[in-house]
Write a protein that binds this ligand. Structure first.
Ligand code: NAP
Length: 835
């Protein structure tokens, strides 16, 4: 409806084809009893016509389906949209004609329509899925599907009713069906989390904010995470006691807002343990309400993380199971063997019913799109292209299908957001694009394969740091047999997504090929490559406007670094940590020993911290040392070598080697195994580790089993491409690196292999290495060069090029989930070297 309005307003000719006989979409089809909005209706409204807010007042916080349908009809009438819509008309097939540069659409009314541009605004949850239960066609009584509810309503008075499914639709309708039915049996396969909607008038705080400044409120919604203004949580569910956590959750619960509960803590979406706190809270609530403990337990979700199946909002759902005529059947114990002519056979029971309600869900996200036979360039159908999962650029377009767009398509925030905000954003983007194309004389726009693959990778990166993958949900396509298993919506957030779409336009349609009779432009590229959690940290830091460390004195930089370290999560528990001193090259050095909880003696890793030779200490990489100690099952000795500018080159290198020698000589007394020693280090510490390995080779030992170099400094003698490419914006900057070098070593010393291990004349005979480099690190190329040089010299090397990472991100244990896989690989490398 909004798109039709915008196309008309901007002088495009358009037609809207609609399967139903009225407007309203999801609110037209889903008329089951109790159907209502789960987002406060204040937020679930159009913003494009400011007059609507004066002319329409929602009667309730969560408006019911009839009222939302009336709203859609009201808007359609007000803007004369009915005249632009062909009702009772389905698209049966659509094909791209490459010579005419137009789409040809065939409809259920026998019409053929051609169009320059083709938009599928077919909804994410509009095709009910096949219930997938044997015998469904045998039943002779009335059958109702929540997503196709009769317009005249259904009277269940005095009837024996079966409801199959316990998702949102069922959870909303069951209390109403129970009010009428003589007997109600609910067939549950998976229990769901649900909270009371506490429906009533519009929430006063939101109403006041809207009253005060509607524009600001709407702007905040557009840049929010889920399309509703909300404060972002900063507390970990694991950082407070259980009682405190429950008190905070109770406060969110009382708000009766779907997003409030999940938004109480910062880590419920990414950390299973943190998520379990909410799950526990929700189960406690169920027990408080349901009288029969066995039924309460059956209704309590246990197998999936909160939020990974769409949480529900209800009015008296759990209370309904206290009614004497309502029964819950656990399909995991008593599966349905068949629907019969008169009822349902389940477990060892057979029961007759007067009506069966299927609340079994939808072929979500892609069903409505691929059910239309859409053929793009070279005869490729969208169904075929998407057989292993939807491939889109921005969830808006797809390679091979020029001038084809989707509203809230897979790969866009869609069902993980307030749909109204996401729909409006897509309409705005498509409208602006069509205007741009018209102005530039462009006939076709098509995403490039590079951009589409980049978007797929980014969507996967976002999904990988969440808990969604572990749950069989419709978000993952798991409810439809044979559907590919991927996270269909984009989970990077509404605000970031909007910024991404805007950026694509602002950068001259990055990732698109545009062509017209006298113009052709292919602006290839990938719009988001930094890991999503790393990107968020970078954005937060940019907003904080922190001073650059290279503008500080070494003392100030050390204080700043220590203050930042104090705010990190501590890392995993290890068996034991002991602080001590060891003899360095010119005096005692502090060290911290990390011992695994497992039985020793353990192999030993001598570790050198990062900090550009200027700051850091034996405890400054604590979380990383704990992580490696635990996951590689190794004893770690982290050494506080001397720092510049007080002690310049080669102090750090000499201390590194001296510490290694001392550890080797004292391994047994430390509880380690003298025959299994390796070195490791990060950044400047990677430099110290690499140099120590070379010195050990050249000076008679100790014999090392391996070296783990994380984003190491290997060459201070010259500039590498990544110094320029990643000069700014990724925490370690080119100028900070220069500041480090200036404090550490004279120009003339920087070519010495003890400063630049890459420049050693011979790299053969060094221990097996794992070299980790990060894509957005100024030091990337020198690390890559060291890995290649070691390989060239015959050293066994595992070279991990961490995609989307920056110099610091892999060390941020428990703060950045995307660092976990590379750290796991690092631990695995140490295990290979040493176990
Ligand atoms: P749903 O969440 O997919 O729930 C379907 C239910 O049917 C699940 O409990 C599922 O069990 C069960 N089921 C499916 N096939 C089955 C089978 N063969 N045998 C037994 N049980 C079976 O569908 P929905 O309730 O219609 O909701 C879909 C989505 O629509 C919601 O998640 C929400 O996004 C949206 N919605 C929104 C609102 C609102 O905003 N007010 C209301 C309704 C729906 P399993 O979990 O074991 O697969």
């Amino acid at each position: 409806m909004y798109l039709l309005h915008e196309l008309r307003a901007n002088g495009f000719s358009s037609r809207v084809l609609e399967a139903g006989d009225d407007v309203g979409g999801t609110w037209y089809w889903n008329r089951y009893p109790g159907a209502r909005c789960d987002i406060s209706t204040t937020d679930y409204t159009y913003t494009w016509d400011p007059e609507l807010h004066e002319q329409w007042t929602w009667s309730e916080k969560h408006a019911a389906q009839p009222e939302i349908l009336k709203y859609a009809q009201f808007v359609a009438k007000k803007h004369d949209l009915y005249s632009g819509i062909d009702f009772n008309t389905k698209v049966t097939s659509a094909a791209w004609n490459d010579s005419a540069k137009r789409w040809t659409l065939n409809t259920s009314t026998g019409e053929t329509i051609t169009a320059r541009h083709y938009v599928m605004a077919t909804g994410c949850l509009s095709v009910p899925k096949d219930p997938d239960i044997p015998g469904t066609d045998r039943y002779q009584g009335p059958v109702y599907v929540t997503g196709r509810w009769p317009h005249e309503g259904v009277d269940f008075t005095g009837k024996k009713v079966a409801v199959i499914g316990t998702g949102s639709s069922s959870i909303q309708s069951i209390p109403h069906i129970a009010e009428q039915a003589a007997e109600l049996v609910v067939f549950q396969r998976t229990p769901n989390f649900s909270m009371p909607a506490f429906n009533g008038p519009q929430p006063a705080d939101r109403a006041a904010r809207l009253e005060a400044d509607r524009k600001a409120y709407e702007a905040e919604a557009r840049l929010s995470s889920a399309g509703v203004p909300m404060e972002m949580p900063t507390v970990s569910a694991l950082g407070v006691s259980r009682d405190e956590a429950f008190a905070m959750l109770e406060k969110s619960w009382q708000k009766g807002e779907l997003l409030a509960l999940g938004g109480t803590f910062m880590d419920v979406g990414t950390n299973r343990e943190a998520n379990e706190v909410i799950c526990d809270f929700m189960r406690t609530k169920i027990k408080e309400v349901v009288n029969d403990p066995e039924t309460a337990e059956l209704l309590s979700p246990r197998g999936h993380a909160y939020g990974t199946k769409r949480p529900c909002m209800d009015t008296n759902y759990f209370q309904t199971f206290n009614l004497p005529h309502v029964r819950l059947v656990d399909l995991r114990k008593k599966p349905i063997s068949s629907i019969t002519e008169t009822g349902i056979e389940f477990g060892n029971e057979s029961k007759d019913f007067d009506a069966i309600v299927y609340a079994t869900g939808f072929d979500a996200m892609t069903g409505a799109i691929v059910n239309v036979d859409i053929t793009g360039k070279d005869g490729l159908t969208l169904k075929k292209k998407w057989e292993h999962g939807p491939l889109t650029y921005l969830g808006l377009t797809s390679v091979g299908f020029p001038n084809f767009y989707m509203i809230t398509g897979p790969g866009s925030p869609s069902v993980l957001s307030n749909m109204m905000v996401s729909i409006e954003q897509h309409v705005d983007w498509i409208r602006d694009t069509l205007i741009d194309l018209r102005e530039a004389g462009v006939d076709t726009i098509e995403a490039t394969p590079v951009a589409e693959e980049g978007w797929r990778v980014h969507c996967t990166d976002c999904a990988d740091i969440t808990l969604f993958q572990d749950t069989n949900s419709w978000y993952m396509g798991a409810n439809v047999p044979g559907k590919p298993r991927v996270l269909f919506p984009y989970i990077g957030g509404v605000g970031r997504y909007r910024q991404t779409c805007d950026e694509v336009r602002a950068r001259g349609y990055l990732g698109f090929e545009l062509s017209g009779s006298s113009t052709k432009q292919r602006n290839d590229g990938i719009v988001r490559q930094v890991q999503p959690d790393v990107d968020m940290v970078l954005e937060m830091m940019a907003q904080m406007g922190l001073p650059s460390m290279d503008s500080m004195s070494p003392a100030e930089a050390r204080a700043f670094s220590e203050a930042s370290s104090a705010m990190r999560p501590p890392g995993p528990e290890v068996g034991e940590m002991i602080d001590g001193t060891l003899p360095g090259a010119a005096g005692p050095l502090e060290y911290r020993l990390y011992r695994p909880a497992t039985k020793g003696p353990h192999p030993v890793v001598v570790y050198f911290h990062g900090g550009g030779w200027v700051f850091g200490s034996h405890v400054s990489d604590d979380p990383l040392c704990r992580d490696l100690c635990k996951n590689a099952d190794v004893l770690i000795v982290s050494v506080n070598y001397r720092h510049a500018p007080e002690d310049r080159f080669p102090a750090a290198a000499d201390d590194g080697y001296a510490a290694l020698q001392w550890v080797a000589a004292n391994v047994a007394s430390l509880g380690g195994d003298p025959s299994r020693i390796a070195v490791a280090g990060w950044s400047a510490g990677g430099n110290v580790a690499a140099v120590a390995a070379q010195l050990a080779r050249d000076n008679g030992g100790p014999e090392l089993k391996g070296q783990l170099l994380l984003t190491p400094v290997t060459d201070g003698s010259r500039q590498h491409g990544s110094h320029h490419e990643n000069a700014d914006g990724y925490i370690l900057t080119k100028s900070l690196m220069e500041w480090f070098w200036n404090h550490y070593a004279d120009q003339s010393d920087r070519s010495h292999p003890k400063a630049s291990p890459l420049l050693a004349s011979d790299l053969s005979g060094l221990p097996p290495a794992m070299v980790v480099t990060a894509q957005f690190d100024p030091l990337r190329d020198e690390g890559d060069a060291y890995a290649r040089a070691l390989m060239g010299a015959g050293v066994p090397v595992e070279h991990l090029q961490a995609r989307g990472h920056i110099h610091t991100s892999i060390t941020m244990v428990d703060a950045l989930p995307s660092g976990k896989p590379p750290r796991a690989q690092m631990a695995a490398a140490l295990r290979r070297f040493l176990h």
